[in-house]
Design a protein around this ligand. Structure first.
Ligand code: AVJ
Length: 319
């Protein structure tokens, strides 16, 4: 079975489980097909979605400090998990290349398409940059790199992607990264911060309804890929941020009762009016929580970088 087929089967089993459960759920992990990627690009450009701008500001403000920290032990591999379009990373890469730092940029992504696009745009922007894209799941590639690469590693994970994980899963994720790290290696990772609840609420319930379309893409994918008949327009997006736990949760809510049939799964599922599907969490953090996650995972915080509006932080960890 190809990787693609395995992932598709995983998606189908997830849909079966999530839509048979009470309360129902579907994971945001499956939003990202081509259309989902495009909608996320649109989200990053929204005025309400402060995360991308804030982290861009961090990288821009602290780039020369970061260059020195990353380069402290000489030539290194800069490994990025979840490369995306690399707007923030490009600031770092440019800083390193212009200062003639010796390093190789290794973006890892599940999508070969994303890697090819990124590699292509980088050869135009920074012709002297050494890029070695790796297609695959983060940990398989990381393990492979750890066994034959002798240079110090700087692993970067931007965008508060860890926020989609519940704390126990986040700890597993950090532990797996820690396992491939040696004493000279670094981890540089974004964590969106607790702040005025309204700022968070607005970032995930934008006025143009892009986030609604982003979530609805899950239903569109089920209709298209599993021969389903979700009346997608009858599912409205709802965002709920809990300032105590720091968890922003997104839901799709049925505004009418309906029966949905998904032929490929031989599944019929009924929605009562106002029934929910939980789609995503976007966890918000503070220093104590990140400190606790690091401690649980065997990592240590070395440095904390913040944007000028104090909305977002990137943490530098070592083992
Ligand atoms: C890609 C996980 C960082 O949770 O902020 C954006 C995804 N969801 N708007 C986030 C997302 C709704 C995003 N991450």
């Amino acid at each position: 079975m190809t990787k693609q087929e395995t992932f598709q089967l995983e998606f189908e089993n997830h849909v079966k489980e999530g839509l048979s459960a009470f309360p129902k759920f579907l994971s945001s992990k499956y939003i990202y097909d081509d259309r989902g990627d495009e909608l996320f690009q649109q989200i990053m450009a929204l005025p309400e979605y402060y995360l991308t701008k804030a982290e861009f500001n961090i990288v821009e403000t602290h780039k020369s400090k970061l260059r020195k920290v990353f380069n402290a032990h000489g030539a290194f591999d800069l490994i990025e998990l979840g490369a995306g379009d690399g707007k923030k990373t490009k600031v770092l890469l440019k800083e390193l290349v212009l200062n003639e730092v010796e390093f190789t940029y290794i973006p890892i992504d599940i999508s070969q398409h994303a890697i090819d696009d990124l590699t292509h745009s980088l050869t135009t922007l920074l012709p002297s940059l050494e890029v070695q894209g790796e297609q695959g799941t983060y940990f398989k590639v990381l393990e492979r790199l750890a066994t034959y690469n002798k240079r110090p590693k700087v692993i970067i994970v931007l965008g508060s992607n860890i926020g989609n994980l519940e704390h126990p899963q986040a700890i597993d994720f950090l532990k797996k990264i820690k396992e491939v790290m040696s004493s000279k290696d670094l981890l540089f990772m974004g964590f969106d911060q607790k702040k005025n609840p309204l700022t968070i609420q607005n970032a995930y319930a934008d006025s143009q309804g892009v986030t609604q379309e982003f979530n609805r893409n899950l239903l569109h994918r089920i209709n298209k890929e599993m021969d389903g008949n979700f009346p997608v327009d009858n599912f409205e997006h709802w965002e709920s941020y809990d300032p105590e736990t720091g968890t922003a949760k997104s839901f799709l809510i049925a505004t009418e009762s309906c029966e949905v049939e998904i032929k490929k799964l031989q599944l019929k599922t009924f929605f009562k009016k106002w029934e929910t599907i939980h789609c995503e969490i976007s966890q918000k953090y503070d220093d104590d929580t990140v400190e606790w996650l690091a401690h649980q995972s065997g990592l240590q915080i070395e440095e904390i970088y913040e944007d000028h509006q104090k909305l977002f932080k990137d943490y530098l960890f070592k083992i």
